[in-house]
Write a protein that binds this ligand. Sequence first.
Ligand code: HEM
Length: 566
Amino acid sequence: MTAHTADGKKNGDLYRDYIDDRNAKSQDTLYCTSNGAPYPHPYETQRVGENGPLLLQDFHLIDLLSHFDRERIPERVVHAKGSGAHGYYKTTDPLDDLCLADIFQAGKSCPITIRFSTVGGESGSHDCARDPRGFAVKFRTDEGNWDMVANNTPVFFLRDPAKFPHFIHTQKRHPATNLSGGDDSTMFWDYLSQNPESIHQVMVLMGDRGIPDGYRFMHGYSGHTMKLVNKSGNWVYCQFHMKSKQGTKFITQAESASKSPDHSQKDLYYAIERGEYPGWDLCVQTMTPKEAEDLWEKEKTNVFDLTHVWPQKQFPLRKVGEFFLNENVKNYFAEIEQVTFNPSHMVPGIEPSADPVLQSRLFSYPDTHRHRVGTNYQQLPANAPRVPYRMANFQRAGNMAFYNQGARPNYLSSIDPISFRNRSVDLNKTHGHFTGEAITFLSEIRPEDFRFPRTLWEKVFDDGAKERFIGNVSGHMSTCTDKEIIKRQIGIFREVSEDLASRLEKATGVKGYPGISGLRFNGTHNGMAKDKSLRAANGMTIKVGFSATDNNGAPTSGTHKFADGV
Ligand code: HEM
């Protein structure tokens, strides 16, 4: 603790250091009220006589109860159940030819915190839910925090960001019955059967990779396309992959029933306590802007669409570094519940692409953090940058302002100026070359959206996997109370494979639609509709302001001014 002088010169320098407090032993502390006054026993109350009412002046009791009343902060609106730990990252194979980020230069390393999670459930829900897993890493680099807010699957359910709250609501409790998806899966399948671009993620979720056996045994994927910029200002598109050094392990639906609700938390915590530190390789897949244009023009794979993946044969993985978790938290709330991961926390050299879901996430996360944790969430020890320079800006005050930047000017002062560093990335060059007018946009389902799911069914799943898949889907659909929804979903599965659809018909006893060409969707335009009147999403017409585009949002030939990239 800071020493104080009797002349009062250091009377303003009072606060106890966070690290000192975090690591203090119980035996070295003294019981006090929140204002620091020692108090003899925590269970005492003050009352009138031996059996009379309590006294309002009993600050000790009021201090205790009123703090207790405010102990909870809102849980995350998604990914509420999670586990986390600390560790370190180091660059093993520098990426300086492609990226100027300081953390990717030879010899660089930094502390990290990771939080893994399930997505749909509440904070007390089961770790072994059939659900994607969140995989969020905070890299505390020398140039600021870089957060990789990823999942354990390379694809996602949607590519139009406005669908996200709707989709998530279908996994929350029903407004009237207050039942969750475990008892009633109708809302979930209603959404999926109206938004067929979800099919790739549905194939992964309902297959053998749907329930990871703990967080150590899964890979992580940015899913989104980002950009890497090098020293010359040239750039490439990039996808990040985090490959588990432990390999992957999954459990079946039947096995999941026998596991503890905190299975993944226990597995991670005790592995670290035993000194078995889990590790991952950080890898990139990269492509030039020209290759991205060609990928759409020739193969109809859209790099701005996170229901599509980049073929690894064409765009092989390149290892950059590795990271390990070697330290359990001392205080879960302070270090994991309050940690805030944000895709817009990028560092010089890493830039977002025009993927609309990524773009929306850049806004959504810091917005929810200001609400969930508070205006000054960046000041909390779990979130504060650990940079080798003293950072300054003109953000001041607000709830719980702790580091309020002393007496330094709260505006851009010419009398007492702060310093600036030159831009290391020429944003004018790395921005795309967006020409055209502002438009309304909603994607449409197309034949190419079924290619990857079909490969999974025909080439990746063996007979056992196919059987388990049918069992998982039909089991899940058994609590769907609307047959029409099942008919539609089987129609979507039929576009993946006739074999898949007919097996599902047998398992559910419901005859599905022959495909999607005769269906109209409320969530997406139908680029495969036989009849023109079915093409526009429900509630819209093709006549006025139709919002499907020929390129479905992909970068077409000529999108990039500097298409050769690096
Ligand atoms: C429009 C699409 C999306 C929106 C609006 C959205 C929004 C959110 C919000 C509001 C949270 C809670 C954050 C917090 O309270 O700290 C969250 C958590 C999270 N999201 Fe998303 N999300 C979207 C898509 C995605 C995608 C595509 C991924 C993965 C590729 C993803 C991965 C995560 C992860 C890992 C967390 C948990 C972070 C943690 O552990 O604190 N999200 N998301």
